[in-house]
Design a protein around this ligand. Structure first.
Ligand SMILES: [Zn+2]
Length: 287
């Protein structure tokens, strides 16, 4: 599940795109006011072009790579091992970025959730030291429960901006389908946690769940928006892109699946407007 929040109105149907009224992004020196016709057609463009991503890594991942053997378990993998949570044939710093998170993340994964398809692994790969993935019914001992919150889109959940960042040191996400997640959330070990919610955002996931609103986020999207909103509330205003690389793998797969990998948004990140000189995507990297 990992959807962010329900109370959103549907009035933000274009929330993936330009949102006049939302806070300005400083990490988007490339965003031009001019919008190409293609930009209107692909809801990912506004978001992806505004992200501060590790462009060098995205470029290197464009190269065709054979599957390799995971050094830990020996399985044949491409890019990373989703059971060992390690890179396979790739290196941090040259191909894959890392992100340091301000609080710890625990992801509780339903055992039926397909590890190879889950986006929870993306968070573990990028923020290795701050993210723990557990498979239900295993739930870590959170210690003092007052320092742990559960992301849950309930009406009685506390808005993220209203938590006390000096107290909250850990956030829990549930990685499962909606039906599976109910069983996990009913577990007393999670049900007893204070709940927080984030401001609604629309998903760009290529495997949306049936009959779910656009605000039903993939797990990595929920984690990303949690930290983006956390930063905006407690660390930097306006948000400076510091957690954008949480979406590194999400953007990589999105573009690959959309068939954009080699033709657009590739080496220089100049996804759109080649020949039009609108410069979108250029200079989109940092860190
Ligand atoms: Zn492995």
């Amino acid at each position: 599940m990992a959807e962010a929040h329900h109370d959103d109105s549907h009035g933000q149907a274009n929330a993936r795109g330009a949102r006049p009224g939302k806070r300005p992004r400083v990490s988007a020196p490339l965003a031009t006011t001019e919008r190409s016709p293609e930009a209107e057609g692909d809801p990912s463009d506004a978001l992806f072009n505004s992200l501060t991503l590790f462009a060098q890594g995205l470029e290197r991942l464009q190269q065709d790579r054979p599957r390799q053997t995971c050094p830990s378990c020996g399985a044949s993998r491409k890019y990373y091992c989703y059971t060992c949570f390690c890179l396979v044939g790739l290196e941090y710093g040259t191909e894959v970025p890392t992100v340091k998170l301000p609080i710890k993340v625990d992801i509780i994964k339903h055992p039926n959730e397909n590890s190879g398809k889950s986006t929870a692994i993306h968070a573990k790969l990028i923020a290795h030291h701050d993210v723990t993935i557990s498979e239900y019914p295993t739930i870590p001992d959170f210690g003092d429960p007052s320092g742990t919150v559960l992301l849950f889109p309930a009406d009685d959940a506390t808005p993220l901006a209203e938590i006390d960042p000096s107290v909250v040191k850990r956030v829990v996400f549930v990685d499962s389908t909606w039906l599976q997640c109910n069983a996990i959330l009913a577990d007393e070990r999670l049900a007893s946690l204070p709940k927080v919610r984030i401001t609604a955002e629309n998903t760009l996931f290529w495997r949306p769940q049936k009959n779910k609103p656009a605000t039903h986020l993939a797990t990595i999207e929920a984690i990303y928006y949690f930290f983006k909103q956390y930063a905006a509330a407690f660390e930097c205003q306006p948000y400076d892109g510091r957690y954008d690389n949480l979406l590194f793998w999400f953007v990589f797969y999105y573009r690959m699946i959309q068939g954009k990998g080699s033709s657009k948004g590739s080496s220089k990140g100049n996804g759109k407007g080649n020949g039009k000189g609108n410069g979108k995507g250029n200079g989109n990297e940092r860190r």
